[in-house]
Design a protein around this ligand. Structure first.
Ligand SMILES: Cc1cc2nc3c(=O)[nH]c(=O)nc-3n(C[C@H](O)[C@H](O)[C@H](O)COP(=O)(O)OP(=O)(O)OC[C@H]3O[C@@H](n4cnc5c(N)ncnc54)[C@H](O)[C@@H]3O)c2cc1C
Length: 276
């Protein structure tokens, strides 16, 4: 069990981790260094490091957090489950437990496909490792919208009768996988997913796996109040759910590194204070 779990490995997440470690708390950062900031060629408005690239900045923040003793777990958290005094976070087939959670998930919320939410757990899955066995010998579709998709699709290729991969072709994909270029429009099915519609064509599948870099807030954690697209927080970065904090772009404008690291710091200190 960790004292604090930070969801999202961006500037807000690393700042939260650094500050929580400086308060002596055990911290896990869940995410990968592939966030928004890596797209910034040169950052001119962050104090003390003019002209640094986003990728360099993220690397430096990550190295600092790890050197202070934070743990980094690559992957996407699919769900955060409140368990009374603590929280369980599902990460692939694993669960990570922590006493406090800091959401640092950035501003980019994925748009769910029509039918997806209704059929989640009933033919729609976010985790090949967890649910792959249910589709042994069956035909599945993979909707690839994140870096985990290739590995997960390769895993499914070893189990399933066929895997149709809706995403960009990748040399690392197993040769048994069929790559499809059509854009997926919706998931088909009533009580159970029966396929998907892509490029205007209805295609039957026994299961549909969707892999993304992030989760919609409503699937990630139930009951967190929002203001439009952003998570509502108070000045201590507390959300409406006790024990859950939020920091960075996910809490609102301006979408800037300086604001993200400031809020990450505040959230970590507030969480550490609650833990005593
Ligand atoms: C091209 C570009 C240029 C920019 N230039 C500047 C600039 O010059 N100056 C400036 O101040 N800002 C700039 N920004 C904005 C800056 O990148 C953001 O404000 C900053 O990265 C926000 O940090 P964050 O930690 O809140 O979110 P992010 O950096 O978006 O990090 C959030 C991370 O959480 C991950 N995540 C989300 N959900 C989950 C989940 N369920 N499980 C695990 N991980 C999850 C995401 O994949 C992502 O890696 C720029 C942005 C872009 C795109």
């Amino acid at each position: 069990m960790f004292d604090i779990a930070v969801i999202g490995a961006g500037p807000a997440g690393y700042s939260a981790a650094i500050n929580a470690r400086k308060r002596g708390k055990t911290v896990v950062v869940i995410g990968q260094n592939t966030g928004w900031l890596t797209r910034a060629e040169s950052i001119e408005n962050y104090p003390g490091m003019p002209g640094v690239s986003g990728a360099q900045m993220l690397e430096a923040m990550s190295a600092q957090a790890l050197a202070l003793g934070a743990q980094l777990r690559p992957g996407v958290v699919h769900q955060i489950i409140p368990m009374g005094e603590s929280f369980a976070m599902s990460l692939g087939a694993d669960f990570i437990e922590a006493q406090r959670v800091i959401l640092c998930t950035g501003a980019r919320q994925p748009r769910l496909l029509p039918g997806e939410e209704k059929l989640l757990g009933r033919g729609v899955s976010y985790c090949g490792t967890c649910d792959g066995m249910l589709y042994r010998g069956k035909r599945v579709a993979v909707v690839a919208q994140g870096p985990e998709a290739v590995n997960e699709a390769n895993f499914l290729a070893g189990l399933c009768q066929s895997v149709s991969y809706f995403g960009r072709a990748d040399d690392a994909l197993d040769s048994r996988i069929e790559v499809r270029s059509e854009k997926v429009e919706r998931i088909l099915g009533d009580a159970h997913a029966s396929g998907l519609c892509a490029g205007g064509e209805e295609m039957p599948f026994d299961g549909v796996f969707i892999f993304r870099e992030a989760m919609a807030l409503s699937s990630l954690i139930a009951g967190v109040e929002t203001d439009g697209a952003f998570i509502r927080v108070d000045r201590q970065m507390r959300t409406s759910l006790p024990g859950v904090f939020a920091a960075g772009d996910c809490t609102g404008l301006p979408l800037q590194v300086a604001k993200a690291v400031g809020e990450g710091c505040i959230a970590a200190l507030a969480a550490a204070q609650e833990l005593g």
